[in-house]
Design a protein around this ligand. Structure first.
Ligand code: SPD
Length: 427
């Protein structure tokens, strides 16, 4: 070759649009295309655009492979540039053609730096680049620039991630586990954050301990949803608990958590737990009257299978299944992100449990959009969530169990409702 490099400019058309919009697949394909051609991969950085499209580059010892995709046109523009004789860029071309399922393509090869028109200079660099290159693959994770976004039409929360560790779409929903640099592993359902290793304790301690501390002695607990295991882990910290029944609709959530979230899934082997994979709504319809001290509804947001967890028919069944002193805690969404659902659920519970028997609890959820989240706490008998608390007992429990978020002060503060929320709830 009488040139410094070979540059193939590729047009891939009539590709698979979903593949071109998936930053992980595109990156993996580009890296594999380089390796298959015999290149040494130094690094790669890829970015997905909103609402669609992916750009990225794979730096190889022998130069680079670059791409930009337009899924809406099922089109990808690709540059394959190699120097030296060891790597054949046409091998990468063939690989990508198959990877993107391209039915129409074209490519032209150009020689870059034709040696017969250039003369080598007697270049004496001030600084030589002799230091060892970054070891191939170790730099991989660091350089990726891909983001997961939990959003509605107006607001969003994004977290940067490195890898997708679990990705399964079943007839119910899409379940994924991401490895994020700042929040640890993160479980998502249908593009919504369910929990992250870093702040899941806020959620799981607050869905369990305020109610458990208010109940004199809770023995029989029902958890609807909660397939990641965080809620049962907290419930089972109480020696008074004799039995926990958990009804999770999607076994993939349990499987994903067991495989990737060991701190959340640590209680699945507890002999006091009965795990039922099934529909929680159907389960409470048939549940025996007055059988539970506490029902916890640890559901997802009201889309897909969790929609029925926001209806009064469901809460009437829960009410019936509770003992006379029984309490219920329900995932209540955000007053800032899901205003309508937040208000509707509060009203719905007041309709079922009585006007005086429902209290709103707020807590800080750093990985949920807006950061402010709620649980609704309802009881069959009237209660005051602050005066009825045994402060010393709550504080001692928090210390003995080395809790991350909940303590006596947090309990009291969590039931204090800001004025704008009072207005929303007409309190
Ligand atoms: N947008 C997130 C709503 C919370 C859903 N539940 C999370 C499950 C944690 N066990």
């Amino acid at each position: 070759m009488n040139a410094l490099g070979r540059h193939i400019l590729v047009e891939f058309t009539d590709c698979n649009a979903d593949i071109l919009n998936d930053v992980d697949i595109v990156e993996k394909s580009m890296v594999e295309a380089a390796k298959t051609a015999g290149a040494t991969v130094i690094n790669s950085t890829f970015h997905h655009f909103s609402p669609w499209g992916v750009s990225g580059v794979v730096v190889i010892q022998e130069s680079h492979l670059a791409i930009h995709t337009w899924p809406e046109y099922r089109y990808a523009a690709v540059d394959l540039f190699t120097c030296g004789e060891t790597v054949d860029p046409w091998v990468s071309f063939e690989f990508l053609k198959k990877a993107f399922k391209s039915n129409k393509f074209s490519a032209i090869e150009m020689n870059r730096g034709s040696l017969h028109v250039m003369k080598r200079d007697d270049f004496q660099p001030k600084k030589r680049n002799d230091s060892a290159p970054i070891a191939p693959n170790t730099a991989h994770k660091i350089a990726r620039n891909v983001w997961f976004t939990d959003k509605d039409e107006q607001q969003a929360l994004s977290l940067r991630y490195n890898e997708v560790l679990f990705n399964e779409t079943n007839p119910l929903q899409q379940v994924r586990v991401f490895d994020t640099p700042s929040f640890g592993k993160m479980l998502t359902i249908n593009n919504m954050v369910m929990c992250t290793e870093r702040d899941e304790a806020h959620y799981h301690e607050m869905i369990v301990h305020p109610a458990m501390q208010l109940l004199e002695k809770a023995e029989n607990i029902l958890v609807i949803g909660g397939g990641d295991g965080g809620t049962i882990r907290e419930v089972l910290k109480y020696p008074s608990v004799k039995k926990v029944t958990m009804v999770e609709i999607d076994e993939a959530v349990v499987r994903a958590s067991k495989a990737h979230l060991p701190t959340l899934s640590s209680a699945f082997d507890n002999p006091k737990l009965e795990l039922i994979i099934g529909d929680g709504i159907e389960f409470v319809k048939k549940a025996q009257e007055a059988s539970y001290d506490l029902v916890i509804v640890d559901g997802s947001d009201p889309v897909g299978p969790a929609e029925g967890l926001f209806t009064s028919a469901f809460y009437k069944d829960c009410y019936r299944s509770l003992k006379s002193h029984g309490m219920l805690v329900s995932q209540g969404e955000s007053p800032l992100f899901h205003q309508r659902t937040f208000v509707d659920l509060h009203r719905c519970l007041k309709g079922v449990f009585g006007q005086q028997n429902v209290n709103t609890l707020l807590f800080y959820a750093s990985s949920y959009p807006t950061g402010m989240w709620s649980f609704q706490v309802a009881s069959k008998k009237a209660f005051n969530p602050i005066q009825d608390l045994n402060s010393e007992k709550a504080e001692a429990f928090s210390k003995q169990n080395n809790l991350h978020y909940y303590n006596e002060g947090v309990h009291t503060g969590a039931f204090a409702v800001p004025n704008f929320v009072k207005k929303m709830l007409e309190l």
